[in-house]
Ligand binder design. Structure first.
Ligand code: HEC
Length: 118
């Protein structure tokens, strides 16, 4: 019995690969960083993704993947979501929601605010 366990253990570890690091790799290999920034902090019209809620980001990516997007800006995003599998979306949103690179400049309340038009 113990032998069976020792045999299975590496397989179990393999079956639960590190989603966070997979997401991080995908983020750069799919070119997401080109718009959302190297630390997923966004800029101007590109929304920040680091520290955001997984459920929300998953919902958005699945909508873009289904080519749903009401705004002109979402048309920009759709081609990048179209090729993503459920698993890749899971990995990417894990990376965003658990972001721990420690270098995101994103400040949730102060960024992207207008100055009131003055
Ligand atoms: C060409 C620029 C561009 C690239 C590359 C890009 N995005 Fe986006 N992304 C955008 C824009 C613009 C929006 C905002 C769209 C809108 O307003 O609906 C957006 C929105 C999003 C959102 C929703 C955020 C929110 O607050 O609504 C997520 C999640 C997202 N992108 C993830 C990704 C991922 C993951 C990749 C890589 C596979 C990626 N993006 C690549 C431009 C880009």
């Amino acid at each position: 019995m113990i032998k069976l366990f020792l045999f299975l253990f590496p397989l179990i570890l393999n079956a639960a690969p590190d989603l966070y690091n997979q997401g991080k790799k995908l983020y750069f290999s799919k070119g997401c960083n080109g718009c959302h920034g190297i630390s997923a902090a966004g800029s101007a019209q590109y929304p920040a993704l680091a520290y955001r809620r997984k459920a929300f980001l998953t919902h958005k990516l699945k909508e873009y993947r289904a080519k749903k997007g009401a705004t002109q800006l979402s048309q920009m995003m759709i081609p990048f979501a179209m090729g993503l599998s459920d698993r890749e979306i899971d990995a990417l949103t894990t990376f965003f929601s658990e972001y721990r690179e420690g270098k995101s400049t994103y400040t949730p309340d102060l960024s992207n605010r207008g100055d009131g038009g003055s």
